[in-house]
Design a protein around this ligand. Structure first.
Ligand SMILES: *[C@@H]1O[C@H](CO)[C@@H](O)[C@H](O)[C@H]1NC(C)=O
Length: 180
C-alpha cells in the first residue's frame, strides 16, 4: 500500500479499511503550544514552546481548502531543514474522528517519500531550504466528520523535526449533481 504524506494518512486509513479502533480517549492531546503556519491550511505548528525544531515550516497550503472528496488535493509546503533527514527518520501520527482514535502509528519518513515519489525529497534530504509540491487523490468514500490530526516527526538521531496538529473537516455530501 502506498502511503500519502503524513497529513493524508487520514484518507488512507479510512479508505483502505485499515481502521485501528483504539478506543475512546480521555481528552485532548497534550500540545504544549501551537502557532499558525502561513498559507491558510487548517494545520498549526505545535510544541513551539519546547525550543527550536529541526524543520522551520515557512508556509503550507492545501488546495482546495476545505478538502473535497473524490477530488485531487495539492499540498504545497516551503521550509528549511536544520538537520539532514536520513534513513531511520520517522513520524508518529495520531488521527481521531471526533473523540475516537482511529489511527496511532509510526511511519518511516524515507519510506513514505520513496513510495509516493515525492520529488526532491528523497533520502537523504540535505539541510537547507526545500519545497514540496505533491498531489493526491482523495477517495470518494471518506466518511464525513471532523478528523483531528496530530503528528510529531523526528530525525534518525532523535531531533524533533516538527509537530503538526489541526482539524480537517469533511462535510456531509451535498445534493447529487448529475452532469450530462
Ligand atoms: C487528478 O489528477 C490526475 C492526474 O493529473 C487526473 O488524471 C485526474 O483526472 C484528476 N482527478 C480529478 C477528480 O480531478
Amino acid at each position: 500500500m502506498r502511503l500519502p504524506p503524513l497529513l493524508l494518512l487520514v484518507y488512507c486509513c479510512v479508505a483502505h479499511g485499515s481502521l485501528l479502533f483504539a478506543g475512546r480517549d480521555s481528552g485532548p492531546h497534550a500540545v504544549t503550544d501551537s502557532v499558525e503556519i502561513p498559507g491558510g491550511s487548517p494545520l498549526q505548528l505545535c510544541d513551539t514552546a519546547s525550543g527550536p525544531l529541526g524543520l522551520t515550516i515557512e508556509s503550507l497550503e492545501l488546495d482546495p481548502t476545505p478538502a473535497k472528496r473524490a477530488a485531487n488535493l495539492t499540498i504545497t509546503a516551503r521550509g528549511v531543514l536544520h538537520v539532514a533527514v536520513t534513513q531511520g527518520s520517522y513520524v508518529d501520527v495520531e488521527v481521531r474522528l471526533g473523540l475516537i482514535r482511529i489511527l496511532t502509528q509510526r511511519f518511516d519518513l524515507c519510506d513514505v517519500s520513496r513510495d509516493n515519489n515525492i520529488e526532491g525529497l528523497q533520502c537523504p534530504v540535505s539541510k537547507g531550504p526545500h519545497t514540496l509540491v505533491h498531489t493526491v487523490q482523495v477517495p470518494a468514500e471518506v466518511p464525513a466528520g471532523r478528523y483531528s490530526v496530530f503528528a510529531r516527526a523526528y530525525s534518525a538521531a532523535g531531533t524533533q523535526l516538527t509537530c503538526l496538529t489541526g482539524d480537517i473537516v469533511f462535510q456531509q455530501r451535498g445534493p447529487a449533481v448529475i452532469d450530462h
